[in-house]
Ligand binder design. Sequence first.
Ligand SMILES: Cc1cc2nc3c(=O)[nH]c(=O)nc-3n(C[C@H](O)[C@H](O)[C@H](O)COP(=O)(O)O)c2cc1C
Length: 167
Amino acid sequence: MGKIGIFYGSTEGNTEDVVERVKEALGDADVYNVDSATAEDMQKYDILILAASTWEIGELQEDWESFIDVLDDVDFSGKKVTFIGVGDADGYPDTFVDAIGIIYDRIKDSGAEFFGAWPTDDYEFDESKGVVDGKFLGLVIDEDNESDKTDERIAKWVEQIKGELGL
Ligand SMILES: Cc1cc2nc3c(=O)[nH]c(=O)nc-3n(C[C@H](O)[C@H](O)[C@H](O)COP(=O)(O)O)c2cc1C
C-alpha cells in the first residue's frame, strides 16, 4: 500500500488521466475511483488527494454526487487532505472547478488538515468555490483549454506538495 490515497470521479476520463499522471509523478500513491470506493478504503490513508471534475454548471461529478455522503463515515482527524479540480474556465467561468469547493465544505470541520493550496494567477475565471483564502484548494487543471500547461502544472504542484509533506 502506498502512503497516499487518491480518490477520483471522472465522467469522460479527463480527471482519471490527470490522476494517473499525478500518481506517476508522486511515485507512492494508490488510486481509487469513487464509483466503487468505500469509507474503509479512505480510512487507510493518512494523506488523501480528492480529485473531481465539475458538471451541470457548478455541480459535483456524478460519481462524487453518490460518494460524498460516504465522507461522513470517515474519521478525518490527523489526516492531511488536498484536492485536484478539473474544469473548463472558458466555458464555465463562474463555476470553475466548484466541485472541489463542495467537497471541501463537507469536510472542512472534520479535523482534517488541508495542504497543497495553489495560486490562481495563471488562470482566467470569474468565480470558483474551489478558491479559499485567495488560493485554489489544490491543483487545478483545464484540459478543455490549457492541456498544454498540464504537464508543467502537475510537475510543479507535485514538487510543492512533496515539500509540504516532507516526502
Ligand atoms: C454540461 C457540462 C457542464 C460543465 N460544467 C462545468 C462547471 O460548472 N465548471 C467547470 O469548471 N467545468 C465544467 N464542465 C467541464 C468539465 O468539468 C471538464 O470538461 C472536465 O475536463 C471533465 O472531466 P471528467 O472527464 O474527468 O469528468 C462542464 C462540462 C459540461 C459538458
